[in-house]
Ligand binder design. Structure first.
Ligand code: ADP
Length: 469
C-alpha cells in the first residue's frame, strides 16, 4: 500500500512531544513491513538549523530520508514556518496558526498531485493535519486524482483541538454551511480537530483505553457526542517506542551504557547525574525523575502539592520540562527550598532527558489524562519504574505492583490526589528498600517489548480495512 503520513512534527527534525516520536518511528516500522510510505511536514527554522542533509526538490519543497528509505518532504513557507518555535511563544499561540496549518494541509495535497504520488491512505495526526480529510471531501471532491484516497486521523491528544475565532473561518475557503453544528463550528468558534473527526474515514486513538475514554463526558473535551456517533469508526492502537533511540545498551547520551545483565552500571548513571546536577551523591536516596510538558494535563499541580512532603523523606527529585509559566514559578519556589534534593530544568533538552531516564530509580507520570504516554515505556527500557495515574495508555501499559503476589511492573496511584500520590511513593519506597526484589523488578521491566512491530501491524490491518470499505 502507498501511505502518506502527515505530521506537524517528526523526530529527528522537530519535536515538542510524543507526536514527533510516533511520526519518526511508525513510518520506519511500516516501511520494514513492506509498505510504501512517505512523510510530510513543514520546513521549520529548527529543521534548517539542524544541519540535516536536505535535498531541494523544487522551489519550496525539500526532502530527507529516515529509516532505510522513507522520504520525508518539508514544505517551505518562510512567512509561516521560519520561526523560533513550532506553535507557541512565551506570549501564547501564534495568532496565525490556522493560516499556517491550513496552508500546510492544502499544500500537501497539491504537492502529491504535482509529483503524481497517489497514496491509498493519508494518515493524519492531531488538529494540525485535520483539514486534509475536510478539504478532500469538500474542495477537492470532484478532482479524480483524490477520489479514491482514504483518510485516517490519529488523535494523540484531544485536549488540543485547534480552536479559532469564527471570523477566521473564511481563511479555510470552505462553504458557509460548514460553519455549523454538523461542520467545524464549536460553541461559536472554529474547531479544526472536529472537522477531521467528522470527515476522516477512520479515527484512531493512541491506546485502547483512550479510544474508549474520548467517548465519555469526562475525557471527550466537548466532542464526546460526535465521537459516540462515530464509535464504529474509532480504533485504539497503542504507541510503540523506537529502540534505536531509546535503549541504554546503545545510548551515546548517557554516562554509562547498561542492559538488564549489567544493572550495576545504571547506578553509575545515577551517581554521575547527582554530581552533575548538584544533588547530594547518595545511593540510598531514591531518585525520582520526570520529563514532561508542564501542563495541567500532566498532573503538575498534584505533584507540586506532594513535593515538599516527598523532599523531606529520603528522596531526590529531578524535573525536566517546559510549559505553563504558572508551573515554572511553583516549581522554582520549591527548588529554592530544597537545593540539594530537587534539580529543576525548565527547558527542552534531549540529552538531559536520556540522562534522567537512565539515572532515575522511578519515573513520575501523575497525569490527569494520558492518551498513550511514552515516558513510562521509555523508562521501562531504562529499568526505571514508573509511578503513574490510572488513565488512558497508562492503564494499558503499567500494572500496579502488588507486594504480596509480586506481580506488576510499576506503581499506579489509587486516586488522583496528593494523598494518592504519596501513598504510591511509599509503596515504591518499600520496594526500593528490598534490593533483591528491586533488582528482579528492574530486570523484568527492561525486558518488556514495546517496539513498533505489533502496533505497525495493527495500522496495516486498519489501512486494509479502510480500503476495503
Ligand atoms: P506528550 O506527547 O503528551 O507531551 P508523551 O509522554 O507522549 O507526552 O511524550 C513526551 C515525549 O517528549 C517523550 O519522548 C519525552 O521524553 C519528551 N519530552 C517531554 N518534555 C521534554 C523536555 N523538556 N526535554 C526533552 N524531552 C522532553
Amino acid at each position: 500500500m502507498k501511505i502518506l503520513f502527515c505530521s506537524s512534527e517528526v523526530v529527528p527534525f522537530a519535536k515538542t512531544g510524543g507526536l514527533a516520536d510516533v511520526a519518526g518511528a511508525l513510518p520506519i516500522s511500516l516501511e520494514e513491513q513492506g509498505q510504501e510510505i512517505r512523510v510530510i511536514m513543514p520546513l521549520y527554522r529548527m529543521v534548517k538549523n539542524l544541519g540535516a542533509k536536505l535535498e531541494k526538490l523544487n522551489q519550496d519543497v525539500y526532502s530527507a530520508k529516515i529509516g532505510k528509505d522513507v522520504t520525508v518532504y518539508f514544505l517551505e513557507n518562510k512567512k509561516f514556518f521560519d520561526r523560533d518555535n513550532l506553535y507557541v511563544t512565551k506570549e501564547g499561540d501564534y495568532p496565525d496558526n490556522l493560516e499556517r496549518f491550513s496552508f500546510f494541509c492544502e499544500k500537501s495535497l497539491e504537492f502529491i498531485k504535482k509529483i503524481k504520488f497517489k497514496p491509498d491512505v493519508i494518515h493524519c495526526n492531531d488538529w494540525q493535519t485535520s483539514l486534509i480529510p475536510v478539504f478532500l471531501k469538500t474542495k477537492y471532491k470532484d478532482d479524480p486524482f483524490y477520489s479514491k484516497i482514504k483518510t485516517i486521523l490519529t488523535v494523540h491528544n484531544l485536549g488540543y483541538q485547534g480552536l479559532f475565532p469564527k471570523e477566521k473561518f473564511s481563511v479555510l475557503g470552505l462553504g458557509d454551511e460548514l460553519f455549523s453544528i454538523n461542520g467545524l463550528e464549536f460553541y461559536g468558534k472554529v474547531n479544526v480537530l472536529k472537522g477531521g473527526l467528522l470527515f476522516s474515514d477512520y479515527i484512531t486513538a493512541v491506546s485502547p483505553t483512550y479510544a474508549k475514554e474520548i467517548q465519555t463526558k469526562e475525557f471527550g473535551a466537548g466532542l464526546e457526542g460526535l465521537l459516540e456517533k462515530r464509535k464504529d469508526m474509532i480504533f485504539g492502537i497503542i504507541n510503540g517506542i523506537d529502540y534505536s533511540i531509546w535503549d541504554p545498551k546503545k545510548d551515546e547520551l548517557i554516562f554509562k551504557k547498561y542492559d538488564s545483565e549489567s544493572i550495576a552500571s545504571k547506578y553509575v548513571n545515577k551517581t554521575k547525574f547527582q554530581q552533575e546536577c548538584g544533588l547530594k551523591e547518595d545511593d540510598k536516596s531514591m531518585l525520582l525523575g520526570m520529563v514532561s510538558r508542564l501542563a495541567e494535563q500532566k498532573g503538575v499541580d498534584i505533584l507540586a502539592q506532594a513535593l515538599p512532603d516527598i523532599l523531606k523523606l529520603d528522596m531526590q527529585v529531578v524535573i525536566l520540562g517546559t510549559g505553563d509559566v504558572k508551573y515554572h514559578q511553583i516549581l522554582e519556589a520549591i527548588a529554592r527550598k530544597f537545593p540539594k534534593k530537587f534539580s529543576l530544568h525548565l527547558k527542552f533538552d534531549e540529552t538531559l532527558a536520556h540522562k534522567i531516564y537512565a539515572a532515575s530509580d522511578f519515573f513520575l507520570m501523575p497525569s490527569r489524562y494520558e492518551p498513550c504516554g511514552l515516558g513510562q515505556l521509555i523508562s521501562f527500557k531504562y529499568g526505571t519504574l514508573p509511578v503513574v495515574s490510572k488513565t488512558g495508555g497508562l492503564v494499558d501499559t503499567v500494572k500496579n505492583f502488588d507486594i504480596k503476589t509480586k506481580k506488576g511492573d510499576g506503581f499506579v496511584l489509587s486516586d488522583f490526589t496528593k494523598k494518592g500520590f504519596i501513598d504510591s511513593m511509599n509503596k515504591a519506597r518499600a520496594v526500593f528498600a528490598d534490593k533483591a526484589l528491586l533488582a528482579d523488578l528492574i530486570k523484568a521491566v527492561m525486558l518488556k517489548d514495546f517496539s513498533w512491530n505489533e502496533s505497525a501491524k495493527k495500522y496495516i490491518q486498519l489501512y486494509k480495512k479502510v480500503l476495503s470499505n
